[in-house]
Design a protein around this ligand. Structure first.
Ligand code: FES
Length: 164
């Protein structure tokens, strides 16, 4: 007669059941760990930022901006300037070593505090180590509003022609 465990299963079968149970438990734990790793990897590799929203944004209606006005948008790193001919949009990032420039209305210029580069309010270099003008971005009128796309650089002579 075989030896029984406390619930009446022969000890050999009970040992087998324990082993099966532990194998099943181990396999389940491995499967859960693998699934967790896979989910974490997918989350890590997918972008958390919607670049479209960060690079293309609405400013104001063109008729709301007077000739000679420079609008500084430091968060978006963009200046929008209205001249007699129309509008231009250009970067606030200094072309020397990448510092953020500042608009100084009292001096009617854009100034870089890092090494002293100076630009006109159209982004043209007038002094300092900056090697190039502040790069311009695509600017269009969309549904009645000025819309800048900082992902699209345009040539330095690009102007959105506009006359009120
Ligand atoms: S980073 Fe602007 S002058 Fe050097």
């Amino acid at each position: 007669m075989p030896l029984l465990d406390d619930i009446g299963i022969p000890l050999d079968d009970a040992e087998l059941n324990r082993r099966s149970f532990l194998k099943l438990l181990g396999s389940g734990a491995l499967a859960v760990a693998a699934l967790g790793t896979a989910v974490t990897s997918v989350e890590y590799l997918s972008p958390n930022v919607l670049f479209e929203d960060e690079t293309r944004f609405r400013i104001r209606r063109p008729e709301e901006i007077a000739v000679g006005t420079l609008i500084a948008l430091p968060k978006q790193r963009v200046y929008v300037m209205r001249s007699q001919e129309g509008f231009i949009a250009f970067s606030t990032v200094c072309t020397h070593l990448g510092c953020m420039t500042k608009y100084e209305p009292e001096n009617n210029r854009i100034f870089c505090p890092c090494h002293g580069s100076q630009y006109t309010i159209e982004g043209v270099v007038t002094a300092g180590p900056a090697p190039r003008p502040l790069p311009r971005f695509e600017l269009v009128v969309d549904k009645g509003f000025l819309v800048v796309n900082t992902r699209k650089a345009v040539s330095q002579d690009t102007i959105l022609r506009y006359s009120a």
